[in-house]
Design a protein around this ligand. Structure first.
Ligand code: BTN
Length: 245
């Protein structure tokens, strides 16, 4: 069961839900969806562009049990998979949907959705997680300097009913969250790896200002990206320590 809050305009659905969750006892799977964000947040200090009424900007409150700081990354895998599952349902069968580590959703090398996960702890124990999702649905031009954005409508040429898209997203999130609650970790990890962007492909990367050639092998349970270099060494990277060239 989901609990849905709908608002016309907020600064950021993440900020609003974080505020609500800290002041009242909201149930697991509470979602806030807003038509407009005046200060949609991306990773770090990035801004999330979304023309009001055209896309999905939502945040969900999750209270998963059985997760600790060591396996928290599985939650990120679940949300990323749920967003890709949703996108899959609106695009042709052979569409090239991928999760770009750690949680950007790409179609044909362009970013269609972004995810912002914020975790809250009490006495070192996970209390709740707010997962913000921005999914580009009907926007057909983008003004910000976000690298290569794309929307569902731009890909399939048709306007998409936002309500249908949102309920599909909720369905996919509940399915993946159920997997997480059942501790089906291996299955989640394997699905994540199946659609991991550029996995097992030779690619150019940059770390510490050095460009090198390597192959993405996997993502560890703690979220580190594992790249095999040309000497067959496995290198481990945290987010922001490495970029694609
Ligand atoms: C990123 O790719 O940098 C993350 C983008 C996350 C955007 C969503 S939109 C809904 C939610 N509210 C926010 O302020 N941000 C997230």
């Amino acid at each position: 069961m989901t609990n849905i809050i709908r608002l016309k305009s907020v600064t950021s659905t993440n900020d609003f839900l974080i505020n609500q969750a800290s002041s009242e006892n909201l149930p697991d799977l509470t979602f806030l969806i807003a038509e407009n964000q005046t200060n949609g947040r991306g990773f770090a200090t990035n801004y999330w562009e979304s023309t009001p009424g055209l896309n999905i900007t939502t945040s969900g409150l999750f209270k998963p049990s059985g997760l600790n700081t060591a396996n928290l990354y599985i939650f990120n895998m679940c949300i990323s998979l749920a967003v890709s599952d949703t996108i899959k349902r609106f695009l042709p069968e052979n569409s090239n949907i991928a999760i770009k580590w750690p949680n950007d959703i790409y179609v044909n090398d362009k970013k269609i959705a972004g995810i912002l996960i914020e975790c809250f702890f009490t006495d070192n124990k996970l209390d709740y997680i707010i997962a913000g999702i921005g999914l580009n649905v009907n926007q057909i031009s983008f003004d910000s300097d976000a690298p290569n954005p794309i929307s569902l409508q731009q890909i399939n040429g048709q306007q998409i009913n936002l309500e249908v898209c949102f309920s599909t997203l909720l369905e996919c999130l509940q399915e993946r969250y159920a997997q997480l609650k059942q501790q089906a970790f291996d299955s989640i990890i394997s699905s994540y790896h199946t659609i991991l962007y550029k996995r097992n492909e030779i690619a150019q990367f940059k770390a510490n200002d050095i460009v090198f050639t390597g192959i993405i092998k996997r993502v560890e349970i703690d979220g580190k990206l594992v790249i095999e270099d040309e000497q067959k060494n496995e290198l481990f990277f945290n987010f922001k320590e490495i970029e694609f060239c």
